[in-house]
Design a protein around this ligand. Structure first.
Ligand code: PLP
Length: 420
């Protein structure tokens, strides 16, 4: 090899996932003993329950490759768990298990030689790059603060009517509770959207990775109204605090056909082969132990909703447009009320805003552009999970333990109110 540069022009435009990048920057700043409020990275702040980690330790000897589709007892446990807790009607043989739900999202996209990927903006950072890696076109439908950043049936209908070639499969990636907005859909909203989805045969990936962390009990799911076209994506990462275990799954409806299922299995077998065997065995216990899960979930929801309420109401008080989260780890504040003051400092884009916040007060947020928002929209994602859930639960005074979150929100509020 003469020079590494000779290959550069043949490379894909390499982009490190923005969420992982902000975490690295935050760590760098922290290692230089600078204070950082890590609202950039949305990792579960809760420990995996001890019983489940014990199962993992006891399963370390499981060194065999498991089937590509996933360990049958695990698929059965996942189906029973979601049927009981979320009133699904799933069969274990329609579930595929993967090394995290992220790779499965890619497998679905890569199973098509040609498809169009449709995303509401804002949407999670990895859908667009995955669609492009799979060789597809990716389109966005804009949403508005006033509509809680949600996709409306009218906007979806307009998009479908304007498509040049309606025969190309259209895949909508539809996530609720949403990363980055914290918003979820009601049953009536989902019913209305499902009518449009049916009319245009849209294949929907319903990303429900945060569904078990919906704060109120009235959790709604698209596959109640559009079971034939909804692939449901979920896994252990969020509700069980086990992101690094890399265990996710997809429920693929029978109606999408055997050939499609086999195509997805084909991509899985040529990429990750199977999810880690010890993790699959431990996950089987996690899904089988519903009493443990329910207790763990209700404690998490209580604390998450309390922290989110504190953050959203504090920011609203100083003039930030922000909706209370309805589930998950995130808020999506909009700073247009500070537009003039920010412009006076040369800040006109969300990236400039988040850079200034990091540089000046050590508050790490991700810019709206990372989620497909236009450059000029003064939006950012705030992950309100920079605390240690285990410490809080073992402490007498819960508030004392998310003090750092409170401090970070105060710094942000003060910075905004002192902009003039
Ligand atoms: N979907 C959303 C909306 C997410 O926020 C994440 C993780 O951050 C994922 C999917 C991927 O989760 P995992 O691959 O850990 O299952």
């Amino acid at each position: 090899m003469t020079s590494n540069n000779s290959i550069d022009k043949y490379l894909r435009p390499g982009k490190h996932s923005e969420t992982l990048l902000i975490n690295q920057i935050s760590q760098l700043r922290a290692s230089n003993k600078q204070k950082v409020y890590k609202f950039g990275f949305g990792q579960s702040p809760f420990p995996v329950p001890k019983k489940i980690t014990q199962y993992l330790a006891e399963s370390a000897h499981r060194k065999e490759y498991m089937s590509v589709q996933g360990h049958p007892p695990l698929r059965q446990a996942i189906a029973s768990f979601h049927n009981d807790i979320e009133d699904k009607h799933w069969q274990a043989d329609q579930i595929i298990v993967g090394a995290g739900s992220k790779i499965l999202l890619f497998c679905i996209m890569a199973a098509f030689e040609k498809a169009e990927i449709l995303l509401p903006s804002p949407s999670w950072v990895s859908y667009e790059p995955q669609g492009k890696l799979a060789g597809h076109t990716v389109d966005w439908i804009e949403t508005k603060f006033e509509q809680r950043w949600q996709l409306t049936p009218d906007a979806l209908e307009r998009y479908c009517q304007a498509r040049k070639d309606p025969n190309i499969p259209l895949i909508l990636v539809f996530n609720y509770p949403s990363n980055p907005t914290g918003q979820t859909y009601s049953r009536s909203q989902l019913r209305a959207l499902a009518q449009v989805m049916k009319k245009y045969n849209i294949i929907v990936i319903a990303d429900e990775i945060y569904s078990l962390l919906t704060f109120k009990k009235d959790y709604a799911t698209l596959d109640e109204f559009y079971p034939e076209g909804s692939i449901v994506s979920s896994g252990l990462s969020k509700w069980c605090g086990a992101g690094g275990w890399r265990l996710g799954f997809h429920y693929i409806p029978k109606q999408l056909g055997k050939a499609f299922f086999q195509a997805v299995i084909g991509v899985a077998s040529e990429t990750y082969s199977c999810a880690s065997s010890p993790v699959q065995v431990a996950a089987t216990h996690a899904y089988e132990n519903q009493a443990l899960a329910k207790e763990f979930l209700s404690r998490q929801r209580k604390l998450l909703s309390e922290v989110s309420e504190y953050c959203a109401s504090s920011l609203s008080k100083v003039g930030v447009n922000v909706h209370q989260a309805q589930g998950g780890f995130y808020l999506f504040p909009e700073f247009s009320n500070f537009k003039n003051q920010l412009a006076n400092r040369g800040i006109t884009t969300s990236e400039q805003l988040t850079t200034a916040l990091m540089d000046e007060i050590g508050v790490a947020l991700l810019p709206g552009t990372a989620f497909g928002m236009p450059k000029s929209s003064l939006t950012a994602r705030l992950a309100f999970v920079d605390f240690d859930g285990a410490q809080i639960w073992s402490s007498e005074n819960e508030h004392a333990e998310y003090e750092k979150t409170i401090e970070g929100i105060k710094r942000l509020s003060d910075w905004l109110t002192n902009l003039d």
